[in-house]
Design a binder for this molecule. Structure first.
Ligand code: ADE
Length: 229
């Protein structure tokens, strides 16, 4: 998989991509991530990438030309399955969408800033707009890092225990059951007896019940989705 990220702040990705599963996936060439600084495509003397909104109003707007040139250059080099814009106006990101994106070959992630992007970028280049939650970030970079992390860990080989992605919260619209490790008794705080029993079928049943209970308590709306399907 290849991910091209268009951003004004490539340095913002150093932390999230330099650790753990994502770092290993990059090192093992399961995913290639390429950064492109939108400012490098500006044709103005002072490398401007934003301008005042036509019709007035507050805030600056990201200009069409630098972004159009950046996307057109990339599209002249290969085909892209999706050109994604990160924005609070997008479709709410969820696990099924992460699963779908993890199967694609080439995607572009465009990170916005300021008040928004010139609407013509949406009309002519963007195939998918994603929001990571109902709140506003100061730019799309953190959202892009979240999306990348969630899809890279799903690429076969990215996680050492391949089955663990399947048992993630949300993969079956249920939250995960509680997990424990040694010691079995910490100052009187005991691990549920059933997990020490070695009885596989009963443990499986217990985990399912716990997942249902936790989902009912924390995210009851997820259970409605099971009955709808
Ligand atoms: N950019 C600003 N806020 C965002 C959000 N909630 N999701 C995705 N991109 C964003």
């Amino acid at each position: 998989m290849r991910i091209d990220i268009l951003t004004l702040f490539p340095e913002m990705f150093a932390g999230p991509f330099d650790h753990s599963i994502v770092k290993r996936a990059i090192e093992n060439k399961l995913v290639e991530i390429h950064f492109h600084n939108i400012r490098d495509f500006s044709k103005s003397k002072h490398r401007h990438v934003d301008d005042y909104p036509f019709g007035g109003g507050s805030g600056m707007v990201m200009m069409l030309q630098p972004i159009a040139d950046a996307i057109e250059k990339l599209r002249s080099e290969r085909n892209y399955d999706e050109v994604i814009f990160l924005s609070p106006d997008g479709k709410l990101f969820d696990q099924p969408e992460a699963n779908r994106l993890s199967l694609l070959n080439n995607i572009i992630l465009l990170c916005g800033h300021y008040k928004g992007i010139d609407e013509r970028i949406r009309e002519h280049f963007i195939s998918l707009e994603i929001s990571i939650g109902n709140y506003v970030l100061s730019g799309g970079e953190l959202a892009a890092a979240v999306v990348c992390d969630s899809i890279i860990r799903l690429i076969p080989g990215a996680m050492s225990d391949e089955t663990s992605a399947l048992s993630d919260s949300f993969q079956d619209h249920l939250l995960s059951a509680p997990v424990y490790t040694r010691p079995a008794n910490y100052k009187g705080w005991k691990v549920p007896e059933i997990l020490l029993s070695g009885h596989e079928a009963k443990i499986k049943q217990w985990r399912h019940e716990q997942a249902l209970k936790r989902t009912q308590e924390h995210r009851p709306e997820l259970l409605d989705r099971i009955t709808e399907e």
